[in-house]
Design a protein around this ligand. Structure first.
Ligand SMILES: *Cc1c(COP(=O)(O)O)cnc(C)c1O
Length: 812
């Protein structure tokens, strides 16, 4: 087997003249710049740099040499690795095309956390198609946590099974690490005669490779690394059936078992890994295990040497000593050419998108040190093919990604109605410790929402306003916010009464006018743009993608309040926004029984900042309310589609009604924002407003309609009616309302799930009363509904009446 160490023939240090001693601090800085320029988050850069340094110090082929080969380029369409199946001792991670190293980093931590809790942790990883780095680095971390680690990893077709010259297996490394009293003992071996990168390196240097290690594309033996890599095949490490058998099992355990592809692996871009951690404490005691291993190693070191051998070396011993020597000297040897390539990569233009000045994102709570907080991180799913992400909204609403473990397989998510969690020991945390910082029921809701919105993470707050307050925390004193001029009353209060006390200035603009936003942006000061589309209650539309581009140009973050359409009908993150807020009080809960607010954040680093405020200010949603919101989610599409269909009918009827001056409903072709709306949303929604020209008439309509409950809020199963100027928007001063063109006679309707004909008949009756009250005479075709009618008969009558009214309108 080929132990990856400096003493491997293919890694013999290059001739002295061509080698430089690079100071370790320079190496780290250059690596941080080179990897940082590729678009990774700061934390990801740390993980990647750490793994490269580990290999470089040990002189193995998983180090800096991978930079010129482009191995660390941010994979296209990469999302963060996510846990998609989770049981007490075992879990499955969908790498979502993230860098293999990042998937293994996550899998290793998860396996250790599980082993700590139940003695063993097995984590399968699939759907990655890029480098995992040296497996030794990851098993060392498991060993350092006091566990025995085993990692196997599959890769594309490079290696021929014994007796064949055709590449089927990957180089399929296997690494095992175990704790000993003298520090971790590690093996890390490719099951191929040489690792892919050592061939790559030989090819770069124009060298041949000896030792009968491979075939060319025609199946003839060759020593030319170019021919082996170009359609040829590498042999297994021992050129015999034994090596082939081991390679096969690594392919099966690290690939097939973990969910990796086994055919055309290069094109499938789905390679697997299996990470196992075993706690020796659960097998008779950790100290006793280490003592037995130490005794065994001592025996090996003291064994009678073969002729010509001066010292028997243990696996990994040479490379560990090399790393030690480098650390002591503070330098690492590297070829001049590679050093030059590294400096060039470090000088490359940064590919990072600018973000607003960020406070430190450390949690104030001990959980930041916990080994594995179940993540609510999900990648952009829109349009992504395959797996769960390819399903339509109605399916995704019912089938939530399962991110918390449940030994009984309950179909409804468990309700963890607890404030605190017992810890594994006095010095270690479990995945949860305190519900303000995290609660499994909340994690489940947040993961589901992130999945629906295409967010890195989502966060559940005690109300929509609590969520928006957390967003306002992202703006510092002295900075500036731009918001629309027709916004939710509570948001208006937040911006006029609270923001000024925080030293934050606010401008309100007409967001249907892009130039107005451009003019309002103050260079260097405007940090947040808050958008609503449709607005509430006038249902104005803004071009979310267009305004977001303007805001981003000026360096501001964009939050879209999407409460009126919810992810069902509009997905602002896909339109470019950074954060989307949805009041869960409305369509998500759907039954007027929960107050809650959800923030979905596209960028993982920004998400960390939001999490900081959720935890620090204690504004998270309680477990039972999270549970109710999840129940609401399941039926959200059914409710919203029914509500929207009826709303579209009512809007048509109102538009033709003599008592109505103006209808605001973006689903009507006559709405000035209809085209923009149709391009960015999939429905007109179920909220509409209209003007009668008479406060008196409006009041009668609201009070006489029986099925429409007079309430603020919307999105309930029940139809609701309100006069915004006297209710939800009363907190906006009258003068300001007038200035913003918010007329006192405006009636807002939230359409429920009742039978559409009952709703229209009810509204018809109320409007007749209103016309009577103001002495208005006009012939309006009525509804003649009775119990014996079928649904189809009612619907036909409904459409006839609307058509009659529309015909009348045409004549006048
Ligand atoms: C209801 C609502 C909010 C506030 O949500 P709460 O859950 O009531 O705090 C914010 N924006 C819009 C558009 C809303 O309709």
């Amino acid at each position: 087997m080929k132990v990856q160490s400096v003493h491997s023939p293919h890694l013999e240090p290059a001739v002295v003249s061509d080698t430089e001693a690079v100071p370790l601090s320079d190496l780290r800085e250059l690596l941080e710049q080179a990897i940082g320029s590729l678009g990774y988050t700061e934390k990801e850069v740390d993980v990647i740099v750490e793994a490269i340094m580990w290999s470089q110090l040990r002189g193995n082929s998983q180090g800096v040499i991978k930079i010129p080969s482009g191995a660390f380029a941010l994979p296209p369409g990469a999302g963060p690795a996510v846990v998609v199946q989770d049981s007490p001792g075992i879990a499955s991670i969908d790498g979502q095309q993230c860098l293999g190293m990042l998937a293994l980093h996550r899998a290793t931590r998860l396996a250790v956390a599980k082993a700590k809790q139940g003695g063993v942790g097995v984590v399968g990883v699939n759907n990655t198609a890029s480098t995992t780095g040296a497996l030794g680095h990851w098993v060392e971390q498991i060993a350092e946590a006091g566990m025995v680690g085993v990692i196997m990893c599959q890769s594309p077709e490079y290696v021929a099974p014994h007796g064949s010259t055709e590449a089927i297996f990957g180089t399929n490394p296997i690494a095992v690490g175990c704790p000993t009293d003298e520090g971790p003992l590690l093996i890390d071996l490719a099951t191929s005669a040489q690792s892919w990168y050592s061939l790559f390196e030989a090819r770069e240097k124009g060298k041949t490779v000896g030792g009968d290690i491979g075939y060319d594309a025609l199946g003839d033996p060759t020593t030319d690394p170019r021919k082996i890599l170009d359609g040829g095949a590498i042999r297994t490490f021992d050129r015999s059936y034994k090596g082939s058998a081991l390679a096969l099992m690594v392919e099966i355990l690290g690939g097939a078992l973990a969910g990796g592809a086994v055919e055309d692996k290069g094109a499938a871009r789905n390679w697997g890994s299996l990470v196992t951690a075993i706690d020796p404490a659960s097998l008779g005691g950790a100290a006793a295990f280490r003592a037995r291993v130490s005794a065994l190693l001592r025996r090996i070191k003291a064994a009678r040497p073969a002729p010509g051998v001066s010292e028997i070396r243990l696996p990994g011993e040479n490379s560990a000593q090399l790393a030690e020597r480098c650390r002591a000297a503070g330098v690492v040897p590297m070829s001049s050419k590679l050093y030059e390539q590294l400096r060039a990569a470090a000088a490359a233009e940064t590919g990072r998108s600018p973000s607003a000045a960020a406070p430190s994102s450390n949690h104030d709570h001990q959980t930041s040190a916990s080994p594995e907080r179940p993540s609510t991180t999900y990648a952009q799913q829109n349009g992504a093919a395959g797996g769960r992400r390819g399903y339509a909204m109605a399916t995704r609403l019912v089938h939530a990604p399962k991110v918390t473990s449940d030994p009984y397989g309950s179909v409804s998510p468990p309700l963890y109605q607890t404030a605190t969690f017992e810890q594994v020991s006095a010095v270690e945390c479990g995945p949860y410790d305190y519900s303000r910082s995290g609660n499994p029921t909340r994690t489940q809701l947040e993961a589901h929402i992130a999945h629906l919105e295409g967010a890195a993470r989502s966060f559940a707050f005690g109300s929509g306003m609590a969520a928006l307050s957390a967003v306002l925390r992202l703006v510092r004193s002295g900075e500036h916010v731009v918001a629309g001029d027709d916004i939710y009353g509570g948001t208006s209060r937040l911006l006029t009464r609270i923001a000024p006390d925080l030293g934050i200035s606010v401008s309100n603009v007409d967001t249907s006018d892009a130039q107005a936003l451009r003019d309002a942006m103050i260079p260097g000061k405007t940090k947040l743009v808050m958008l609503e589309s449709p607005t509430n209650p006038r249902m104005n539309i803004c071009d979310i993608a267009g305004l977001t581009a303007i805001a981003h140009e000026g360096g501001a973050l964009v939050v879209v309040d999407n409460s009126i359409l919810a992810p069902t009908f509009q997905q602002p993150l896909a339109l470019g926004a950074d954060i989307v807020m949805t009041s869960a009080t409305k369509f998500i809960a759907g039954h007027s029984d929960v107050t809650g607010g959800l923030l979905s954040v596209k960028d993982p680093e920004l998400a960390e900042r939001v999490y900081f405020y959720q935890n620090a200010e204690g504004s998270a949603l309680g477990p039972f309310d999270c549970w109710l919101a999840m129940r609401g989610l399941k039926t959200m599409v059914l409710r919203m589609e029914r509500q929207a269909t009826t709303a579209a009918l009512i809007a048509r009827w109102l538009q033709a009604h003599p008592l109505v001056r103006k209808v605001n409903y973006p689903g009507l072709p006559s709405h000035p924002g209809h085209a923009v709306h149709a391009a960015q949303a999939s429905s007109g929604g179920s909220l509409l407003s209209f003007e009668t020209g008479s406060v008196e008439a409006s009041r009668v309509i609201a009070e006489e309609a029986e099925l429409f409950k007079i309430t603020v809020s919307f999105g309930s199963c029940s139809s609701l009616i309100s006069l915004p100027c006297y209710m939800s928007h009363a907190s906006i001063p009258a003068a300001l309302r007038a200035a913003r063109g918010l007329p006192d006679d405006l009636v807002r309707i939230s359409v429920g799930i009742e039978d559409p004909s009952d709703l229209l008949a009810d509204l018809d009756r109320a409007m007749r009363k209103a016309m009577e009250k103001i002495g208005m005479e006009a012939a309006v075709p009525g509804f003649d509904l009775h119990e014996g009618q079928t649904g189809a008969q009612r619907e036909r009558q409904l459409l006839q009446r609307i058509a009659q009214l529309e015909a009348q309108l045409q004549q006048t």
